[in-house]
Design a protein around this ligand. Structure first.
Ligand code: ANZ
Ligand code: ZN
Length: 858
C-alpha cells in the first residue's frame, strides 16, 4: 500500500498551501531587485459583496501569468485592491439603511476572503481601497497639481435633473428618460462643473495607439473612433437681412453645391435667442432637452427640426438662399454646433430632407453612373466619385474637390481647413456622496480657492443622513461651512465628488508604493515597475477606463509624478462567462440549480417537475438568474478545479460556456493527476537520480515530456491557456500508460510527473505543490524555476551516434537527424566516459561522420 493517501483532500490541501505561501512571503514583490521586473495586473473589482464568475476568470488568467513569470525568474508585482467608491453603496444606504462606508468595508472583507480561497498569488501587503483617505488624499493633491498646470477648468454643463426629488441623477439612474425612483420625466439643467483637459492630449493619445503593439486591434480601433479625429473645414455663412453670421463644421466641403439647408443645435445660442419670440421653437427646444442630448439618444431618435425662418446665403453662389432649422440631431458640443445639410450624400440629412420636403440634389456621381439619370432614393450616397452639378469643382474627384473648396473658402476669408476631435474634456464632478471630495472652497470674495496642501485630505464625513433626496453633503450641518483659506471669511466647500473613474485612473501606479503617505508614488519604485507589463480585464472598459488612465498617466508625467506615458504595455481583454438560461411556464427566470433533467433529458423544474423552457446561453447575469456562485463551486470542488475549467475550454479572449459537465471533467482530471502521483511516488527513483540508459519506450516518452515542456512554455507566452491544458492532458495520459517496472521507465516517469507538477503550477497551484511534495521535493514549486526542454529531444527524427576515442567506442549519443557537426562534437566531448577516456588531454582532431559516428583523436 502506498504511504500517500490517494484520495485528494481538496479543502485541507488548498488551505494548507495558501497558508504556506503567505507565511513564506512567496508573492511579495520587490524581493529580487536584480531580476528583471514583471508587473501583471487585473482590473480591480468593485466591492459588491461577492465575487462572480467573471472575476474568477479574470483573476485566474492574471494568476497564471504571474506564477509563470515568477517561475521564469522575474521579480513579479501582482497586486489587488478595491475600486470602492460608487453608487451601489449609496443605494444600499437608501434602501437598507446601512452606511455606505460600513457596507463597502464589509463587502471588501468578504470578497478578500473569497479571493484568498482561490489561491491567487497576490502581494496582499499592497492592497489598496480607493474609499480610504490614505488613498484619495493623493488624488486630491493630483487634482490641485493639474489645476496649477492648467489641466483643469470649470464650466457650465448639462446634468440630469429629477424635478420631483430635486436632485441630480447619474446617467445610470435615468431609465427611459425618467428618474429611477420618482418615475418623473428627467430634465436637463446647467450646473458649473469641473473638467479635466483630456483634449490637450488628443493628438498624442491617438498617435501613441500605434505603439501599443500588445493591445488588441479591436480596442485600439475603439479608442481611435472615440478620439475621433476629423479633417474638414470651418465655414462662416452670412444670414439674409441679419448682422450675425453662422459658423458650421463640415468634413465634406466638396458637397457644398448639394446643400439644402442649415441646421443648428437646440442648445445653440442663436436658437435660444430666436426662441424668445417663437413659442413653437421654445417648446421644441424644451422637448429636445427632455429627451436627453447624449449621442446614443440622438442616434436612435427620429430626426426632427423647426424652421427658424432665417435664410443663409450660399458661400459660392450669389443669391442662393437656404433655410435655417433648429434640429435635434445637431450636437452643441461638436464642431460649432451647426451644420449645412447635403441630403444626397448624408443619411441623416436625407431623412431630414424627406420629412420636410427639401431638395435632394446629388453632386458626387458614383463610378459608372450616368449624370443625366443618376438619382438618390432612400439611401444617401456617401462614397467617392466624380463631382457634377458643382460649378468650379465639376469633374474633380472627392479629395481634389475638398481641397479646391477649402482653397476657395480660405481665399474668400470665410473659414479655414481645420481638424476636429470627437473627444470631449472629461467632466469629473458628480453630485454624489460616496466619492472623493473635490478639494475646493468657494468664497464670495475670492471665488474658487484650492484647499491648501497642508489641509489635505479633505475627508468625506461619515456622519451623514440618507433620509432626504440629493447629496447628503449638501445637507450636512457643518462640513460644508469653512473659513476661506485666502481671506478667512465664511466660505463653502465644494460638495461635489469625483467621478469614480478618477480613482481607477492611477491605482496601477499606487501599487508601486502603496503605503507612502507623503507622496502618491515613490519615484524610484514607479520607475522600476511601470508600465504594467500585462493588464487583463473586460472589453467593457476598452474606451473610458483605459483612455482615462492613458490620459492621467500623461498628466501625471507633466506634473512630475511619473516618467512614463503609457500605463499598460500589454492588454488582454477576456471574454464573458456564459450559461444557458431557463424559464418556468409563467415566464420567470430560473436559477440553474432549480432545473434538472427529466424524461428524455428534457429540462424540468427540480422541485415541481414542471417543464422548463431552455433559452440560449448568455453572459451570466443576476437579472436572468443564469449564474453559478463561485463560492459554492470552490467549496465543492476546490479552487484548482474552478481555475482549470476557466482555462480549459476556450481561449481567454473568447466567451466561455459554463457547464456542469465541464466542471466535472476538470474535477476528475485534478483527481486523476493526484492519483498518478500518489500511486507511483513510492516506486520511483529518488529525486535527482542519474539518468539510466533509456530503452525505446522510455526515450519516446521522454521526448514527449520535453516537447510538452517546450510547447506549454510557448503557449503560456502567447496566453494560449486552453492549448496548454490540452497538452498537459495529452502528456499525462501518456504517463498514465507507463508502468514503472523498469529503471529507465521509472526514471522517465519521475521526470514526466515532475514536469507535470511544474507545468500545472500556474493553473492548479495547490495540486502542483502537493504533487511536487509527494514526489519528494522539500523546496516548494513557488520557489522552483520553470522547467527547460532539452533541445535535442525536441527534434522528431533523432539518430544514435557512436563516439570513439582513439578508435574505441566510449559512448553513444542521441542527436537530431542531420545535426550541425558542431553540436555533434560538443555533445560527444561532454559525455563523461569520453572525458574519462581523454584523461585530461585536449583533442588533436575530431572527425564527425554525420548521423553515424564522432571520432575523437587525442
Ligand atoms: C456637410 C456634409 C455633407 C457632411 C455630407 C457629411 C456628409 P465626423 O466625421 O463625425 O466629424 N456635423 C458637424 N457638426 C455636427 C454637430 N455638431 N452635430 C451633428 N453633426 C455634425 O462628422 C462630420 C460631419 O457631421 C460634418 O460634415 C457635418 O455634416 C456633421 F455629404 O457637413 B457634414
Ligand atoms: Zn476668500
Amino acid at each position: 500500500m502506498s504511504r500517500i493517501d490517494d484520495r485528494y483532500n481538496v479543502k485541507d490541501t488548498e488551505a494548507r498551501w495558501q497558508q504556506a505561501w503567505e507565511q513564506g512571503g512567496a508573492f511579495v514583490a520587490g524581493r529580487h531587485p536584480a531580476r528583471p521586473k514583471y508587473y501583471v495586473l487585473e482590473m480591480f473589482p468593485y466591492p459588491s459583496g461577492r465575487i462572480h464568475m467573471g472575476h474568477v476568470r479574470n483573476y485566474t488568467l492574471g494568476d497564471v501569468v504571474a506564477r509563470y513569470k515568477r517561475a521564469k525568474g522575474f521579480d513579479v508585482l501582482h497586486p489587488m485592491g478595491w475600486d470602492a467608491f460608487g453608487l451601489p453603496a449609496e443605494n444600499a444606504a437608501i434602501e437598507r439603511g446601512v452606511h455606505p462606508a460600513k457596507w463597502t468595508r464589509e463587502n471588501i472583507a468578504a470578497m478578500r476572503e473569497q479571493l484568498k480561497s482561490m489561491g491567487l498569488s497576490y502581494d496582499w501587503g499592497r492592497e489598496v481601497a480607493t474609499c480610504e483617505p490614505d488613498y484619495y488624499r493623493h488624488e486630491q493633491k493630483m487634482f490641485l497639481d493639474f489645476l496649477k498646470a492648467g489641466l483643469v477648468y470649470r464650466k457650465e454643463s448639462w446634468v440630469n435633473w429629477d424635478p420631483v426629488e430635486n436632485t441630480v441623477l447619474a446617467n445610470e439612474q435615468v431609465i427611459d428618460g425618467r428618474g429611477w425612483r420618482s418615475g418623473a420625466l428627467v430634465e436637463k439643467r446647467l450646473l458649473a462643473q469641473w473638467f479635466l483637459k483630456i483634449t490637450d492630449f488628443a493628438e498624442d493619445l491617438l498617435a501613441a495607439l500605434g505603439s501599443l503593439e500588445r493591445w488588441p486591434d479591436r480596442v485600439r480601433l475603439m479608442q481611435e473612433n472615440w478620439i475621433g479625429r476629423s479633417e474638414g473645414a470651418r465655414l462662416v455663412w452670412d444670414l439674409a437681412g441679419r448682422p450675425e453670421t453662422l459658423e458650421i463644421f463640415t468634413t465634406r466641403p466638396d458637397t457644398l453645391f448639394g446643400a439644402a439647408f442649415l441646421a443648428i443645435s437646440p442648445n445653440h445660442p442663436l436658437a435660444a435667442e430666436l426662441a424668445e419670440a417663437n413659442p413653437a421653437l421654445a417648446e421644441f427646444i424644451a422637448e429636445c432637452n427632455r429627451m436627453g442630448t447624449s449621442e446614443a439618444a440622438l442616434e436612435t431618435a427620429e430626426k426632427k427640426g423647426v424652421d427658424t425662418g432665417l435664410k443663409a446665403l450660399h458661400p459660392f453662389v450669389p443669391g442662393w438662399e437656404l433655410p435655417v432649422y433648429v434640429a435635434n440631431f445637431v450636437l452643441m458640443e461638436y464642431g460649432s454646433g451647426a451644420i449645412f445639410g447635403c441630403p444626397a450624400h448624408d443619411q441623416r440629412d436625407l431623412d431630414f430632407a424627406r420629412k420636410y420636403g427639401l431638395p435632394v440634389k446629388p453632386v458626387v456621381l458614383p463610378p459608372g453612373e450616368n449624370p443625366a439619370t443618376f438619382q438618390v432614393g432612400a439611401e444617401a450616397y456617401s462614397e467617392g466619385g466624380t463631382l457634377f452639378n458643382s460649378g468650379f469643382m465639376d469633374g474633380m474627384g472627392v479629395d481634389d474637390a475638398k481641397a479646391a473648396a477649402i482653397a476657395r473658402i480660405e481665399a474668400d476669408g470665410r473659414g479655414a481647413r481645420t481638424v476636429n476631435w470627437r473627444l470631449r474634456d472629461w467632466g469629473v464632478s458628480r453630485q454624489r456622496y460616496w466619492g472623493c471630495p473635490i478639494p475646493i472652497i468657494h468664497c464670495e470674495s475670492c471665488g474658487v480657492v484650492p484647499v491648501p496642501a497642508a489641509d489635505l485630505p479633505v475627508r468625506l464625513p461619515e456622519d451623514v443622513g440618507f433620509d432626504k433626496p440629493g447629496n447628503p453633503l449638501d445637507h450636512h450641518p457643518t462640513w460644508k461651512h469653512v473659513a476661506c483659506p485666502a481671506c478667512g471669511k465664511p466660505a463653502r466647500r465644494e460638495t461635489d465628488t469625483f467621478d469614480t473613474f478618477f480613482e481607477s485612473s492611477w491605482y496601477f501606479a499606487r501599487f508601486c508604493s502603496p503605503t507612502r503617505d507623503d507622496v502618491a508614488f515613490d519615484r524610484a519604485e514607479a520607475d522600476r515597475w511601470l508600465p504594467v507589463d500585462q493588464y487583463i480585464g473586460g472589453i467593457e472598459h476598452a474606451v473610458l477606463h483605459l483612455l482615462y488612465s492613458r490620459f492621467f498617466t500623461r498628466a501625471l508625467k507633466t506634473c512630475g509624478y511619473l516618467g512614463v506615458d503609457e500605463p499598460f504595455a500589454g492588454l488582454l481583454t477576456q471574454g464573458m462567462v456564459c450559461h444557458e438560461t431557463y424559464k418556468d411556464q409563467a415566464g420567470a427566470w430560473l436559477y440553474p440549480d432549480e432545473v434538472t433533467r427529466g424524461e428524455g433529458g428534457r429540462p424540468v423544474h427540480a422541485s415541481t417537475g414542471a417543464p422548463v423552457t431552455l433559452g440560449r446561453s448568455e453572459k451570466m447575469s443576476k437579472s436572468k438568474r443564469n449564474v453559478v456562485d463561485p463560492a459554492h463551486i470552490i467549496a465543492t470542488y476546490g479552487a484548482d478545479t474552478a481555475r482549470l475549467f476557466m482555462l480549459s475550454d476556450s481561449p481567454p479572449e473568447r466567451d466561455l460556456e459554463w457547464t456542469e459537465a465541464g466542471i466535472d471533467g476538470a474535477w476528475r482530471y485534478v483527481n486523476r493527476l493526484w492519483r498518478m502521483v500518489a500511486g507511483t511516488a513510492d516506486t520511483l527513483p529518488a529525486p535527482g537520480s542519474a539518468m539510466p540508459e533509456l530503452g525505446d519506450e522510455a526515450l519516446k516518452l521522454r521526448r514527449l515530456v520535453h516537447k510538452t515542456v517546450a510547447a506549454i512554455t510557448d503557449d503560456l507566452e502567447k496566453f494560449h491557456f486552453n492549448k496548454a491544458v490540452a497538452r498537459l492532458r495529452e502528456m499525462t495520459n501518456a504517463l498514465g500508460e507507463v508502468s514503472a517496472d523498469a529503471p529507465d521507465r521509472a526514471w522517465v516517469l519521475r521526470e514526466g510527473l515532475e514536469a507535470a507538477a511544474l507545468l500545472a503550477a500556474p493553473m492548479m497551484p495547490h495540486l502542483a505543490e502537493e504533487m511536487w511534495a509527494a514526489l519528494g521535493h522539500a523546496v516548494p514549486v513557488v520557489h522552483t524555476p520553470w522547467p527547460v526542454a532539452e533541445a535535442a529531444l525536441l527534434v522528431e527524427d533523432s539518430v544514435t551516434v557512436a563516439v570513439q576515442v582513439n578508435g574505441k567506442l566510449r559512448a553513444t549519443i542521441e542527436l537530431p537527424k542531420d545535426a550541425d557537426p558542431k553540436l555533434a562534437e560538443e555533445t560527444a566531448l561532454a559525455q563523461p566516459p569520453v572525458i574519462a577516456a581523454m584523461s585530461g588531454k585536449p583533442p588533436r582532431k575530431v572527425v564527425v561522420v554525420p548521423n553515424r559516428i564522432v571520432n575523437v583523436v587525442v
